[in-house]
Design a protein around this ligand. Structure first.
Ligand code: PAF
Length: 281
């Protein structure tokens, strides 16, 4: 894998090597794990040239301590990418990405009103803006996003549709540990007790999904049961648990069609999210 630090060097390298090949982009903030591995492998299977980007984007952090404590290890990430056949690892500095304060942002309205967007002001504006920049820098044919960040995926899909970015967004299924916990860079910050409690998040969503599959339509009752599971361990603090429609991510009162069950919890100072898509009988 070739590590590239500047926009101009990346553009030059890609002009040289793309020549009619499909170009796949996997945008990341580093701290790569098997979830990213799945995105990279999928890109490698489908594309002639694979670019991974590694940029801890200050614009999308609503808390400075979270930005500062975000795990960073370029060497390990480069080794990870090399093992998966990535051609270029684009790892720009903050100054390279934001040489001057921005006057232009991408704001995808309504889709960010609930779930994580409600609790992390400015987060999705930061995500959409940096993803738009990455699309303009790399000009990929395909870009790969994990379903674990379901709201991010929906917002990026909408941005691409609304602003005519010539890129196909490929959603990739969440990778889970054997106990169900969705893989996340933040899992490494859990202590042993926190790690033992964390699978309750997935378990609560599964309980909710099963209720829907059994014919329960009342969101109030569905949430009640899932919250019971989450509250069964005092280490967990629930930030939100919502049932929303897949198009606009607006809260539902009854589940009559496909719906997304999504939750965010805190264990100590570690925030975890997960979601499941369900279709009633
Ligand atoms: O999902 C992430 O890691 C980030 O939000 C992304 C898409 C790389 C944008 O910074």
């Amino acid at each position: 894998v070739e590590i590239v630090r500047t926009i101009s060097a990346l553009r030059e390298a890609l002009t040289q090597c793309r020549r009619g090949k499909l170009l796949g982009l996997v945008p990341t903030m580093g701290a790569l794990h098997a979830g990213h591995g799945r995105l990279l492998e999928r890109a490698r299977q489908e594309c002639g040239v694979v670019v991974a980007s590694l940029f801890v984007n200050p614009l999308q952090f609503d808390r400075r301590d979270d930005f500062e404590s975000y795990p960073r290890d370029l060497e390990a990430d480069a080794t990870f990418c090399a093992a998966r056949g990535v051609d270029f690892l684009f790892a720009p500095s903050s100054v390279e990405m934001y040489p001057a304060p921005l006057a232009t942002y991408v704001d995808v309205v309504r889709l960010g009103d609930h779930l994580c967007g409600r609790h992390r002001p400015g987060h999705f504006r930061g995500v959409a803006t940096v993803v738009a920049k990455l699309f303009n820098i790399v000009q990929p044919d395909r870009a790969y996003f994990g379903e674990k960040d379901r709201q991010q995926l929906a917002i990026v899909q909408r941005m691409v549709r609304d602003l005519d970015f010539p890129v196909e967004i490929v959603p990739v299924e969440t990778v889970r540990a054997p106990d169900g916990l969705a893989l996340s860079s933040r899992n490494s910050r859990l202590d042993a007790a926190g790690r033992a409690a964390a699978p309750l998040l997935y378990r609560a969503l599964k309980v909710a999904a099963q209720l829907v599959e059994e014919g329960e339509v009342s969101v109030e009752r569905i949430k009640e049961r899932a919250l019971e599971v989450l509250r069964s361990d005092p280490l967990l603090r629930v930030e939100y648990l919502e049932v929303v429609d897949p198009e606009w991510l607006q809260p539902l009162e009854v589940v009559k069609g496909p719906a997304i069950l999504a939750a965010a919890i805190w264990i100590g100072d570690v925030r975890l999210i997960d979601n499941l898509t369900v279709t009633p009988r």
